[in-house]
Write a protein that binds this ligand. Structure first.
Ligand code: SAH
Length: 361
């Protein structure tokens, strides 16, 4: 009981905008995972909702996700489209295919397109720049988000000059040793973090984020993720449960927990009130009411999938990924789901309020 009251006091400090020590974050995460933490959890979620509503109101921003390639040269141990998975279906959308996806998304009212993919060696930086230019010329009011992994600074700069507004690059785990256990030696945690800092410097709205329940993760490691985010202050934070994929080295590890993912969403909302935080597809894959519960824990973004059905089935980062919904059907359903919990879809570009808060003092 003492622990619960201590944890509640920590929550109140967080809600006031204080930064906590790593040990305190770890204690909170641990307390939240215990039996009998329902009261503490409800308090956390309600503080996170209050914070979200004070910055962003009750609107839910939408991002149309286009998974442009499933080829990848990397070999992340958790990921279903890792290079070594010979059973993974591989595809690469053409420029025309991608533009068709944008057109379909635009017709539905979406104002942000997220181009995501594996680190496809055939992806030419100038082709991506050209594509971004075309999209921005066709839909000047839209935002383009890229999520194409690690590239040299010059490439990030060229894409930014071409008109890309945002970049998503989850740090996956902030702890260096833990990062090395989740990735092959060719991938460096320092390089990934350096990429994130560069993206912010260049002027992108930058998105970091991490997996919840990845192998060997502990409350203390999650606390390190929170400290890293507090220091980086990204515009966006993607938080999703790890889900095992049978054709990866992590096939036999258990999936991350929905509840713990919600706790982390809420904690990040308290630490970074201006962050754009999606209720992720991975969360909605593990819980049919994942989008609603994500919102009620402080998230404010959903990313409907615009990838053509045939290719979408091959972009399996994890198994049983929710791929069935058509974007149009999904939007109508989402609208109902959000209304039912007192929220509504907001079809604007939905930029981060972080920069306005900084500039506005
Ligand atoms: N190549 C890009 C995009 C990666 S896919 C990049 O490196 O950023 C987007 C996210 O999916 C990853 O950042 C990772 O956090 C998540 N992901 C990959 N495999 C997963 C799994 N098995 N379970 C849950 N999320 C996973």
């Amino acid at each position: 009981m003492k622990r619960m009251t201590d944890a509640a006091a920590l929550l109140d400090r967080l809600a006031k905008g204080e930064r906590l020590e790593r040990e305190a974050y770890a204690a909170l995460i641990e307390a939240l995972s215990e039996e009998g933490a329902d009261g503490l959890e409800e308090r956390l979620f309600s503080l996170a909702r209050e914070k979200r509503e004070s910055v962003y109101g009750r609107g839910v921003y939408l991002r149309g996700l286009i998974e442009i390639t499933s080829f990848c040269k990397n070999d992340c141990y958790y990921c279903g489209i890792r290079h070594s998975n010979r059973h993974a279906g591989r595809y690469r959308l053409s420029e025309a295919d991608i533009l068709d996806c944008c057109e379909a998304g635009w017709a539905l009212g979406l104002h942000t397109f997220v181009l995501q993919g594996g680190e496809d060696p055939a992806l030419r930086p100038d082709s991506v720049a050209r594509l971004v230019e075309i999209i921005k010329a066709r839909y000047p009011a839209c935002a383009v988000t890229l999520s194409l992994g690690e590239w040299p600074r010059e490439v990030y700069e060229a894409w930014f000059r071409a008109g890309a507004d945002r970049y998503l690059l989850r740090h996956e785990t902030a702890n260096l040793a833990h990062y090395r256990r989740l990735h092959p030696p060719a991938l460096s945690p320092q390089r990934r973090k350096a990429c994130l800092r560069q993206l912010k410097e260049i002027g992108y709205q930058a998105g970091a984020g991490f997996l919840v329940g990845s192998p060997w993760q502990t409350p203390d490691l999650l606390a390190e993720d929170l400290c890293f985010l507090a220091g980086l202050c990204p515009h966006m934070v993607g938080i999703g449960p790890f889900i095992p994929h049978s054709e990866t080295p992590f096939a036999h590890f258990p999936a991350g927990s929905v509840r713990q993912t919600l706790h982390l969403i809420a904690l990040v909302r308290l630490i970074l009130p201006q962050a754009l935080i999606p209720a992720t597809t991975a969360l909605a894959t593990l819980a049919s009411d994942g989008y609603e519960r994500g919102m009620l824990a402080g998230a404010n973004v959903v990313m409907p999938n615009l990838t053509p059905q045939k290719e979408r089935e091959q972009y399996q980062l994890y198994e049983n990924k929710r791929t069935g919904d058509t974007a149009a059907g999904k939007l109508a359903q989402l609208e109902r789901q959000m209304r039912a919990i007192g929220y509504h879809l907001d079809l604007s570009r939905g930029d981060s309020k972080l920069d306005t808060m900084i500039e506005g003092g």
